[in-house]
Ligand binder design. Structure first.
Ligand code: PLP
Length: 375
């Protein structure tokens, strides 16, 4: 079996699984309690904050533990709603994840206006020339469907010049590419534990100036009163372990990229009509979005599944929608390409053999599906 939907959710890392099994022996306790068990857990939790801050190039007080990326996004966008000074103008790229698109739509109903950053045919978001101040701007560091890496440092400069706080959705980027919060001059960034080899239900919101943030979950003063609720300490311990391993193993990413690109070349040689979306620009080393016009993406996905290979058609959230995704539409791709995509996203340990097995399965599936060309 090859699990090739890492961008949807990752498998649990072996080290995390081992840690978790042992950790389930205890101790358990409320980190806010004053007894020694609570204290011990709180100390370990705060140590995790320091380790995560260090790995991400941030200060410990800039690390807010959350339940995942969607929560971090909602909190930052709602914080701006709650801040009176805000001019009620939002700027987001057309290819943002639905977590950002949908919170923006909600704010629109509350009187905000939304401007969109356009995308070029390679999947890169175009940084505007004109000057305009916004309440908040959002551009993802790397797209979950195409893997295309965006010029977020350049956009951070634009935001600074336009006095606009910058939210960078780093969900797919952190853990796959080198990252430093300090060096990139972002105001907000996020980590989702289930995308980096740990459990679902924890995440990190990085905030340059936490004083400007407001809580959306009120509770007993946890997370510097910015995120109430008893801490998910085991989730945070596991996430810290996964993040540490990924950041420390990052030197492998160039080799990963090469193995992936060799695979893409072989596919294109054997299927001349195959298209690799975003092929000409920098992409995440683990992601291939492949389109074979004339072969329905869902058909190919089912064929591959029958050969024990698990891919998706674009992002998990839109798998049930037979339409071309908003990301591909933004790139100007039509339905003949958009309906034919499958996303192959592997983990950082993917081998040449994994790619060779996927290649073999794609070619065999293609030969079957070609006989019943769907459109
Ligand atoms: C780019 C991006 N942003 C945000 C999210 C939402 O993350 P979470 O599942 O942690 O809420 C995802 C997950 O699919 C994602 O890929």
């Amino acid at each position: 079996m090859i699990y090739a939907d890492y961008n949807g959710t990752s498998k649990l890392k072996d080290s995390v699984k081992k840690y978790l099994i042992e950790r389930l022996e205890g101790p358990f306790g409320n980190p806010n309690a004053i007894h020694s068990i609570g204290n011990q857990i709180k100390m370990a939790y705060e140590e995790c904050r320091k380790i995560c801050a260090d790995l991400l190039g941030a200060e410990p007080h800039q690390v807010i533990f959350t339940s995942g990326s969607s929560e971090g996004i909602s909190q930052v966008f709602y914080s701006h709603l709650a801040l009176n000074k805000c001019n009620k103008k939002l700027l987001i790229s057309e290819i943002e994840h639905s977590a950002i698109k949908n919170v923006s739509k909600t704010l629109e109903k509350m009187g905000f206006s939304v401007d969109f950053l356009k995308t070029d045919p390679n999947g890169k978001v175009i940084i505007p020339d004109e000057k305009k101040e916004y309440c908040i701007a959002a551009l993802m560091a790397a797209n979950n469907e195409t893997g295309v890496v965006q010029d977020y440092n350049e956009f951070a400069k634009w935001c600074r010049e336009n006095k606009t706080p910058f939210f960078c959705d780093t969900t797919q980027y952190i853990g796959k590419m080198p990252f430093s919060f300090k060096d990139s001059e972002l105001d907000f960034a996020i980590v989702s534990s289930h995308k980096i080899g740990s459990l679902g239900g924890s995440g990190i919101l990085l905030v340059k100036d936490p004083q400007k943030l407001k809580p959306i979950i009120f509770g007993g003063g946890q997370e510097y009163s910015l995120r109430g609720g008893t801490q998910n300490y085991i989730g945070v311990e596991c996430m810290t372990l996964a993040l540490k391993e990924l950041v420390e193993d990052m030197h492998n990413s160039e080799a990963q990229d090469k193995i992936k690109k060799d695979f893409e070349k072989r596919i294109k040689n054997q299927i001349p009509e195959a298209i690799i979306i975003g092929e000409n620009v920098k992409r995440l080393p683990n992601t291939t979005l492949l389109s074979i016009p004339g072969i329905h993406g869902q058909g190919l996905q089912i064929e591959l599944e029958s050969r024990d290979i698990f891919v998706t058609t674009s992002s998990a959230c839109s798998d049930n929608e037979p339409e071309t995704s908003h990301v591909l539409k933004s790139m100007g791709l039509d339905d003949s390409v958009g309906r034919s995509v499958i996303r192959i996203s592997l983990d950082e340990k993917a081998s040449e053999k994994d790619y060779a097995d996927i290649e073999d399965a794609i070619i065999k599936s293609y030969k079957v599906l070609k006989k019943i060309k769907s459109y």
